[in-house]
Design a protein around this ligand. Structure first.
Ligand SMILES: Nc1ncnc2c1ncn2[C@@H]1O[C@H](COP(=O)(O)OP(=O)(O)OP(=O)(O)O)[C@@H](O)[C@H]1O
Ligand code: SF4
Ligand SMILES: [Mg+2]
Length: 337
């Protein structure tokens, strides 16, 4: 594992400050929280990793921050998304268009669906630039070439005039990153950015994100089901379960002393064979669906430590060690799932 700096002091203002963020799914008369009271911060030049099984709310959380959740059936019910101190939640769609791709950008798992097949990559990067600045089309083209070079695309003068279908998956993902970086965003949200790519390309894309963080100070939110990627890339980690943050810690603390039984299960599930890809399946059982979350601790049906209190009362997310927060009545480094 790489060495990471310790958490920034209290003096460093976060770039992104999420407070009590709640997203609800409204189906008929039923209202179910799919992101439930999330509070966390992302700092300049740091990467926050987010992990958790399929369906725990990682994508909804990131789409919610960008205000891109499907409405209906989902809606932001509560909370604040402070970007450099100002709240995005009350902004109109038009105001959000000025924020997205400018101060905050997102890259997704499947680059082909995010690129428009009928325009050249140069045009698409140029459009991203021109949406937020008054560059001429010639200047935008030149900047697009520089960005393609920066994301490691060979022969960018030629590639700039090509269409997405003539590029490989790895190249397309680089183009998406170039678009995301066009306006030098303060925050980059990457939702499983390398899952569809082979291991070598994955390593190159991760390198690119790492240098972005150190050279441009971009605050990164990286969602991945691959704990190896999180261990390597993140400075801080959030573990989600059934829409809630259940553990939050600096990366070294989380991997050295996971406290929540679910996190312990996740870490125990890391595949022995390096590079093997699989969905997280930490402990027997499945994540309960949003409309059927158990009372008390949502993890209790799968937890070997659950008792009456766990079944009746939901544990709050509390700081157990410096910077290490856990939502479990019986959390401790000694416990194991
Ligand atoms: N468009 C939608 N309409 C209704 N429910 C949805 C929609 N998208 C997601 N959900 C539900 O919201 C919950 C959270 O889903 P989300 O996609 O955020 O999970 P995830 O953690 O990103 O999972 P994965 O690891 O599979 O990407 C799930 O229960 C899911 O079924
Ligand atoms: S609160 Fe109880 S059920 Fe929930 S994780 Fe902790 S021990 Fe298990
Ligand atoms: Mg997802």
């Amino acid at each position: 594992m790489t060495n990471h700096a310790d958490s920034p002091g209290a003096a460093a203002a976060p770039v992104l400050d999420i407070r009590d963020f709640t997203i609800e799914l409204v189906t008929g008369k039923m209202v179910s929280p799919i992101v439930d009271g999330a509070s966390f911060q992302v700092h300049e030049g740091r990467t926050l990793g987010i992990v958790g099984e399929s369906g725990c709310g990682k994508s909804m959380l990131s789409l919610g921050i960008m205000k891109l959740i499907p409405t209906p059936p989902a809606k932001i019910a509560e909370g604040q998304v402070l970007l450099d101190g100002s709240d995005l939640v009350p902004l109109s769609d038009k105001q959000m268009e000025q924020v997205r791709g400018n101060r905050i950008s997102m890259i997704f798992q499947e680059p082909m669906t995010s690129l428009n097949p009928v325009y050249t990559v140069g045009y698409q990067i140029g459009e991203a630039l021109r949406a937020h600045s008054s560059l001429s089309s010639a200047a935008a083209r030149q900047k697009a070439i520089e960005l393609l070079r920066k994301v490691g695309i060979p022969n960018p003068e030629k590639r700039v005039d090509e269409y997405p279908h003539s590029l490989s998956g790895g190249m397309r993902q680089r183009v998406m990153i170039a678009i995301a970086l066009a306006c030098e965003p303060r925050v980059l949200i990457a939702d499983e950015p390398t899952t569809a790519l082979d291991v070598t390309i994955q390593a190159q894309i991760l390198d690119l994100m790492r240098s972005l963080k150190t050279e441009s100070g971009t605050a990164i939110m990286l969602i991945s089901h691959d704990l190896g990627v999180i261990a390597e890339m993140a400075d801080d980690v959030i573990v989600m379960y059934a829409g809630r943050i259940i553990e939050q810690a600096p990366v070294h603390s989380l991997f050295a002393a996971p406290s929540h039984p679910y996190t312990q299960g996740l870490l125990a599930s890391i595949p022995a064979v390096e590079g093997e890809q699989h969905r997280l399946q930490p402990v027997p059982g499945t994540v309960p669906p949003p409309h059927d979350r158990p009372k008390g601790c949502a993890f209790h049906p799968r937890c070997s430590f659950s008792d009456e209190k766990c079944r009746a009362e939901r544990p709050p997310l509390e700081e157990k060690l410096a910077g290490h927060r856990v939502a479990c009545w019986h959390a401790g480094p000694g416990a194991s799932a």
